[in-house]
Design a protein around this ligand. Structure first.
Ligand code: UFG
Length: 346
């Protein structure tokens, strides 16, 4: 019998791509999502890609009794991948309590229900935000965590601590935290991709929306950083590569290959690219030059960060495969598809 995986936030950007990879790998998936930042039709698109049935529960993870019902209905759940969380850095500064409640209560509910229903395994969506500005690059998992720049970042740090403390207290619990760098791109079928809510806060959707004409101009936040071209450097990871990291993390759990009950890995490409380099590469692959201007720095931005992925390479046997060129092209094809849908609606 195939193992059943509960994917919270499964209609979101990373959750939907991960559901596809899980189903392709033979796992059965139950999605839980409150649709606060996604759409129910994503579950249909996933089904269209994989040809497999996707159970979908429209439930909020902070609602304990509704989640209890989901666990009862789909018992046994063999593992959880927990994506469901609020993720907008700027909004978290405006609404800290919303972020603390949503992100912390969801995780605590899951951990309590895992005990009640004897589900041992959870993969947690963490972030390179836990490192702040690292002292040395590329950053390894041994680097100290730094005080978070935002309530959102703080929730990721606190969730990691909650998981670590619970692992110390409960030896049955198996956790893998994946520290994502900057996920970008879309599925090659263009059936799923990123659906930003309103004005995109992230670089790639802002670039594609500018290139297609929805936004007038991309603002590049600063060209006076201590980097070769003065703009910030990030490690941009293809979302399908990132999705595959979840599958190998689960396999490792089910094959009892973990070295301790709490493990954490960097999931990036190991390559840092500046904002200006990304804009250049985008122009090369799409043939469209996004209109941009340099503006002042954005508060809270890290100057430069990219991953040392040695641990994920060696322990998970995982490495990023897609080129940034193909990844940016996939993001562009996704935007072109969304544009066609927008035009049809008019
Ligand atoms: N940027 C621009 N203009 C924009 C948007 C972004 O110049 O309109 C720049 C940013 O200044 C930054 C880079 O593009 O240098 C990437 O910015 P994103 O907002 O796309 O991503 P961040 O690195 O700021 O944020 C990501 C995740 C967060 C996570 C954070 C940790 O989106 O969830 O990494 O550092 F918390």
């Amino acid at each position: 019998m195939s193992k059943r995986i509960l994917v919270t936030g499964g209609t979101g950007f990373i959750g939907s791509h991960t559901t596809v990879e899980l189903q392709n790998a033979g796992y059965e998936v139950v999605i839980v999502d409150n649709l606060s930042n996604s759409e129910a039709k994503v579950a249909d698109a996933i089904q269209q890609i994989t040809g497999k049935k996707t159970a979908f529960e429209h439930v909020d993870c902070t609602d304990f009794s509704a989640m209890d019902h989901v666990f009862k209905k789909h018992d046994p759940i063999d593992a959880i991948i927990h994506f469901a969380a609020s993720k907008a850095v700027g909004e978290s500064v405006q609404k800290p309590l919303l972020y603390y409640r949503n992100n912390l209560v969801s995780l605590m509910n899951l951990l309590e229900l895992m005990k009640k229903y004897t589900c041992q395994n959870i993969v947690f969506s963490s972030s390179c935000t836990v490192y702040g500005q690292p002292d040395t690059l590329p950053v390894t998992e041994q680097a100290p965590t730094k005080k978070a720049e935002s309530p959102y970042g703080n929730t990721k740090q606190i969730c990691e601590e909650i998981l670590q403390d619970t692992c110390n207290a409960e030896s049955w619990l198996q956790v893998v935290a994946l520290r994502y760098f900057n996920p970008i791109g879309a599925h090659p079928t263009t059936l799923i991709g990123e659906l930003p809510n309103g004005v995109p806060a992230n670089l790639i959707p802002f670039i594609t929306q500018t290139a297609i004409g929805i936004r007038e101009q991309l603002s590049i936040f600063g060209n006076d950083y201590n980097t070769p071209d003065g703009s910030c450097i990030r490690d941009y990871i293809n979302v399908v590569d990132l999705a595959k990291a979840h599958v190998v993390a689960l396999n490792r759990m089910f094959e009892n290959k973990k070295k301790s009950n709490y493990e954490f890995f960097n999931i990036g490409t190991g390559r840092g690219l500046s904002v200006l380099e990304i804009v250049d590469i985008f122009e090369k692959v799409s043939g469209v030059k996004p209109n941009y201007k340099i503006v002042s720095r954005r508060a809270g931005d890290i100057e430069k960060v990219w991953a040392d992925t040695t641990l994920a390479n060696n322990e998970l046997g995982w490495k990023a495969e897609e080129t940034v060129e193909d990844t940016l092209l996939s993001a562009w094809k996704w935007e072109l598809k969304l544009q066609k849908e927008r035009e049809k609606k008019q």
